[in-house]
Design a protein around this ligand. Structure first.
Ligand code: 5GP
Length: 224
């Protein structure tokens, strides 16, 4: 019984928060990582922004009206939420908690302010910042999407500058010069982090508090 208890804590999935400027290639890196690591998952955020032609409701985002979005906030269903470029975005709490409890690593693709909120609410979260290789490349990638007019590209570059100033608040920084290399770096972080102090925080706390002390001899097995 006790052994099952701490095996469960030891197997609690990690929470990995990924931020970076629009155009840094976060979603490309995350999608590729997920295709190679099906036990990990991305938490689908809710947003009030308009759906883009290539997006699917429930896969890319839950596209909500402002009224529906605000109802989720009022009823305590958002882990965190914030505003970006005049649209609201939020992370549904239950999906994150359920998946972590099942031992799945959960990735959040959220902005810098949201990441800081998550770090306060979930101190065991690992924060990863993805950088484009250069400003020129960032601008070129934003233009190439075809989503934005010139003014919006300018806005996004300005937001990018503010976001990059916060990169030193993150645990890890990845330069996305080539997708495969960036995915590899990301995978190394997730795997290297499995037994890091942050990921083991919940386990260590319950261990130190005495709930599992009598079963010290089972420890190596539980962490295998
Ligand atoms: P986009 O509209 O281009 O998909 O995303 C715009 C920004 O919103 C990105 O920086 C993205 O990381 C951020 N974002 C997406 N989902 C969430 C969320 O649930 N919470 C917060 N705080 N930011 C989010």
């Amino acid at each position: 019984m006790k052994k099952e208890y701490f095996e469960k804590i030891a197997e609690h999935g990690q929470l990995i928060v990924v931020s970076g400027p629009e155009g840094a290639g976060k979603s490309t890196v995350i999608k590729k990582y997920l295709s190679e690591h099906p036990n990990a998952m991305i938490c689908v955020s809710a947003t009030t922004r308009e759906k883009r032609p290539d997006e699917v409701d429930g896969r890319d985002y839950y596209f909500l009206s402002l009224t529906e979005f605000e109802r989720m906030i009022r009823t305590g269903q958002m882990l965190e939420y914030g505003y970006f470029n005049n649209n609201a975005y939020g992370t549904p709490k239950k999906a994150v908690e359920d998946a972590r409890r099942e031992g799945r690593n959960v990735i959040l693709d959220i902005d810098v302010v949201g990441a800081m909120k998550v770090k306060t609410l979930c101190p065991d979260a690992t924060l990863v910042f993805i950088l484009p290789p250069s400003w020129d490349e960032l601008e070129a990638r934003l233009v190439k999407t075809g989503y934005y007019d010139e003014k919006t590209v300018g806005n996004l570059l300005q937001i990018a500058g503010e976001e990059i100033e916060c990169a030193n608040l993150y645990d890890y920084v990845i330069v996305n010069d080539e997708v495969d290399k960036a995915v590899n770096r990301f995978a190394q972080i997730v795997h290297g982090n499995r037994y890091g102090r942050n990921s083991m925080k919940g386990f260590l706390e319950s261990y130190i508090e005495g709930e599992v002390k009598p079963h010290v001899r089972d420890l190596s097995q539980a962490l295998a």
